[in-house]
Design a protein around this ligand. Sequence first.
Ligand code: PBG
Length: 325
Amino acid sequence: MFFPDYRARRLRQSENFRRMIRETTLSVDDLILPLFSVGGKGVKNPIPSMPGHFQLSVDKIVKEAIVARDLGIPAVMLFGIPDKKDALATSAYAKNGIVQKTVRALKDKVKDLAVITDVCLCEYTDHGHCGVVQDGIINNDATLDLLARTALSHAQAGADMVAPSDMMDGRVAEIRDALDENGFESVPIMSYAAKYCSAFYYPFRQAVESAPKFGDRRTYQMDPANSLEAIREVTMDVEEGADIIMIKPARAYLDIICRVREEIDLPVAAYNVSGEFAMIKAADKLGWLDGSKVMMESLIAIKRAGADIILTYFAKEAAKKLRQD
Ligand code: PBG
């Protein structure tokens, strides 16, 4: 393919040609909208670093979910901000915990919308870690039972899918067993399989008040320098029964998405996280770039890398843009 026999520009000269040879498409079907649920009524607390996102009480979250559904978004991912936190994250698996209440309301009031729940302890522990702390160390095996109880309580409330984000070893198998033993064998698990210890989670931790009170998450979340390890993490979760594999964050980890896509035949999800959203919003506000165009380019890049599903705070905006176009 040498010039002048081959001219790359021949197929770029019209929008119709460009449409015909486009290799990747983005659809509203690919998007999942994360939502933050808090106690009270009529509550809509803005999250400063995530413009357009709020801590929402159950009544407000129902409204927001209807908006998402009407835009064609197939699913929401729920996070909870509990009234009280303690060492063992008891609000995470309480029958009337914030996520459990929200799931029941959504399943009751919003038809045709899949409700996925984030399964983790960090929003519910007073120390802010994703597991049980013993002598200053995050105890893996002592955490598994609490994660399984949390996932089960979400399924009992009516969750359509559960998504463990804690990064403890062995949690997918433990959750699968707990679901199966209780008659929830058809509830799928989307595992945050390769979740990196990333500074891009900063706005999220402000949003749900979950920053660790001591230390950091480096003993359980992955080192950003590693990619072979991502394959081991993913393989482990596949073998334990995960139905969808998630990579997180997305934009700075496109190589990982690409590699995992080649290694496995399960659906691959990517989490376009809070910091990735905040950076684009901030630059747009400063007039330093066109936020809407960068949003669409970012989302298509995540698809091109190999993701089938994108969890993104841009879900509503992107859905509107796709509809216009
Ligand atoms: C909980 C969890 C985190 C995110 C999703 N689930 C934060 C963390 O690990 O501290 C981050 C999401 C985002 O930044 O958008 N473990």
